[in-house]
Structures are given as C-alpha cells and as structure tokens.
Design a binder for this molecule. Structure first.
Ligand code: ZZB
Length: 258
C-alpha cells in the first residue's frame, strides 16, 4: 500500500514534553491516501491513549509517529541505519494534543493537533490528517469537539484550536456538492465519531465518487479531476520536501494463510 507521508512542522514554542528537541526541526507525520485533499486540512488527529515516539531521520529531522510505522520507515531509507530507529522520546497522544502545526498546502497558517478516538494502531503512522469537507470520520470528530465543550475540556483542547475551523469546500462531487462529507453526515443522521456502522457506510458512499468524479475547486490544479491531481500534487509536495512516499506491507504478505 502506497501512502503519501505528510510532514506537519511543529511550531515554537514546543510543548514541555518536547522541549529537549528545541534545536531540531520536529514534524508530526501522517499517512494519507488522498494528498489532493490537503488543501482542506483543518487540524491533525492523534489518539490520546496511544503511544508515539520521536526519532531522528537520516537528514537530521525529528519525526513523531507510532513505533510500528517508524520501524517500517527504517527499511525505506528514512533512518541513517537500515532497520534501526534512533528513539529520542516516548510520548502519549495526550502529550501532543493541542500543539500548533504548520501543514503543507492548506490555506490555514496554523492548525492544531486534536483527539480522535477511532485511530487504528495497525495502519499508517497513528497521526492522521483531518479533512472534514471530504472525510466523514474527520467531520464527525470535529463536530464532536465543536458541539461538546466537556469533550474539549477532557483533552485540554481550547476553543481557539477548534471553533475557527470549518470544513473548506475544495472538491465538487456530483450529487454530494462541495462538502461531500457534511452531506452524507447529515443524510445518514450521524450522531458522533462512535457511529461506526454509519461512518463506514458514509465513507463508502463518498470514497469512489469523490475520487473518480470529483473536480478540484481550489489550488493550482483547479478545474481538473481529482484522480489526475492526486499524482501531480504528490509529486509537487514530495519534491519540495513537505512530504515523502511511505509504504506499508500488504496485509496478505503477513497473514499466515497467505
Ligand atoms: C486524508 C483524507 C481525505 C483521507 C479524505 C480520507 C478521505 P483506508 O482507506 O481505510 O486505508 N487514516 C490514516 N491512518 C489512519 C489510522 N491509523 N486510523 C484511522 N484512519 C487513518 O483509509 C486511509 C485514510 O484513513 C487516510 O486517508 C487517512 O485519511 C485515514 F477525504 O487522509 B485520509 C472517504 C475518505 N476520505
């Protein structure tokens, strides 16, 4: 499985747990299948109770992600020694909630890391980009934070990290409009990020349609079809150092019956 690894730069001042990294560039890195949606990124997600690490890359940067994904990266040229991860810090998701990030492509000059409870350990980096316009999971989690002040307080999320951020229209999808995730969220009457079955259905409804029939509404590829833009934008952000290509082994290879 090929992902685009989006590098989101931690802005100063670093949070206390990361203050020992003050002299280094630190990035939260997220694996996405939809790099062209980065125009609509409004925040990043981490899971409060999950474990993360900070490690040094071959180029002297620091990446924050799960240890499992760092190990995968170490076999793809991301670390100085193949197969070896130089761990600088152990972190919990909560340690990196509420940090300010500079993310590529999005029109927001700063976005924040917020809690999402449905992040999986066994996929991607454990850090997830948030595009509430086009991803029903992201919209549901953002609405939970916006509508439920106690939920914000529980994770030490302040109003200014959430309230100014609304879904941005970036892709026009036939039948679903320019905020397709919002449309399906309302159609299916989704109540929260815990509505697993409905969110799965919502994702299936918009996934293929968004990818094959979507038209970009913003950016330098405005007017082009999403499926053409995906590779063009990936190339552009990889070349300028804002992203990298990241692979995960196919599940089939690892399964015992396979
Ligand atoms: C931006 C984006 C925009 C995404 C969108 C989706 C959509 P899949 O197909 O199940 O492999 N993701 C990445 N890692 C995780 C994780 N560990 N736990 C939960 N979600 C994760 O899903 C891959 C997508 O799931 C990735 O692509 C990422 O969100 C998220 F408009 O990045 B995506 C309809 C989906 N739309």
């Amino acid at each position: 499985q090929e992902y685009t690894l989006i590098k989101m730069r931690l802005m100063k001042p670093y949070p206390s747990k990361l203050s020992c990294l003050d002299s280094k560039p630190v990035f939260l890195v997220a694996a996405t299948l939809r790099p062209e949606t980065m125009y609509g990124q409004t925040n990043a997600w981490v899971r409060p109770d999950m474990r993360y690490i900070a490690f040094t890359t071959a180029s002297g940067e620091v990446f924050v992600c799960t240890e499992r994904s760092a190990r995968n990266m170490s076999y793809q040229g991301f670390t100085e020694v193949e197969g070896k991860v130089n761990v600088l810090l152990q972190l919990s998701g909560q340690d990196i909630i509420g940090v300010a990030l500079k993310a590529p492509v999005t029109s927001h000059s700063v976005i924040y890391t917020l809690p999402m409870l449905s992040i999986r350990e066994d996929k991607g980096t454990g850090v997830v980009t948030s595009v509430p316009s086009d991803s029903p999971d992201d919209y549901a989690a953002l609405v939970d934070l916006k509508k439920k002040p106690p939920f914000r307080e529980k994770y030490h999320v302040t109003d200014e990290m959430v309230l100014p951020y609304d879904p941005l229209p970036i892709i026009q999808v036939p039948d679903y409009g320019n905020l397709c995730a919002v449309t399906v969220y309302e159609q299916l009457k989704i109540q929260s990020q815990n509505d697993k079955d409905k969110l799965q259905e919502a994702k299936e409804l918009v996934y293929l349609k968004g990818f094959y029939d979507g038209i970009m509404l913003v950016g330098e590829f405005k007017g082009k079809k999403v499926q053409e833009v995906k590779k063009l934008l990936q190339k552009k952000i990889v070349e300028c150092g804002d992203a990298a290509i990241y692979y995960e082994p196919e599940k089939l290879i690892m399964s015992r019956s396979g």
